[in-house]
Design a protein around this ligand. Structure first.
Ligand code: FE2
Length: 200
């Protein structure tokens, strides 16, 4: 059973003016679709055909199959990224998560500052993540297709900082794109869901 490209959870233009419909259409229909197609063609007829996406990613990592790892991980990362954003702005996380953010970052503005530093500090293509691990909340970046699950961390939300995520709208100004993500798009409901899930 091949993987399928899941539709966006909102319209292509729903995140405007922070991310244009044109960017979303290219990003989802070309880039994300490309990762899905390449993953499917790599596993067709192999033992991984029919396995869930996380198994494919972990197996590719364990076998040092970098091409399959990159494509399968990018499918997972993009699925997670679309849901990390919402056109219906929710200003605050739940009190419990807000308290954890206070502990880890000194408050919401501290979280945004650190997240932006990490997101803009990732030198090449990659991802910025709010994660929870044994030591509580943290912000981390990963390069290329890498993801926190490979590092024993549970992601709450992520921001794609590959140029294809923002170049049409912001050119080289990654920081402005990240500001828009943090202040207007971040889906705190999804962060809370993942925060609650890691407790079960
Ligand atoms: Fe992307």
């Amino acid at each position: 059973m091949a993987f399928e490209l899941a539709p966006l959870p909102y319209d292509f233009n729903a995140l405007e003016p922070h991310i244009s419909a044109r960017t979303m259409k290219f990003h989802h229909d070309k880039h994300h679709q490309g990762y899905v197609a390449k993953t499917n063609s790599a596993i067709e007829g192999t033992d991984l055909d029919g396995k869930d996406l996380e198994t494919v990613i972990r197996t590719a990592r364990d076998k040092s199959d970098q091409t399959l790892f990159n494509n399968a991980a990018q499918v997972w990362n993009h699925n997670f990224f679309w849901t990390s954003m919402t056109p219906t702005k929710r200003a605050e996380p739940t009190p419990e998560l807000a308290h954890a953010i206070d502990d880890a970052f000194g408050g919401m503005s501290g979280f945004r500052k650190i997240f932006k530093e990490v997101a803009t500090g990732e030198f090449g293509s990659g991802w910025a993540w709010l994660v929870v691990g044994d030591d509580g909340l943290d912000v981390m970046s990963t390069s290329d297709a890498d993801l926190p699950l490979m590092h024993g961390k549970v992601p709450l939300v992520c921001c794609d900082v590959w140029e294809h995520a923002y170049y049409l709208d912001y050119q080289n100004e990654r920081g402005k794109f990240v500001d828009g993500f943090l202040e207007n798009l971040l889906n705190w409901d999804f962060a809370v869901q993942n925060w609650e899930k890691r407790k079960s």
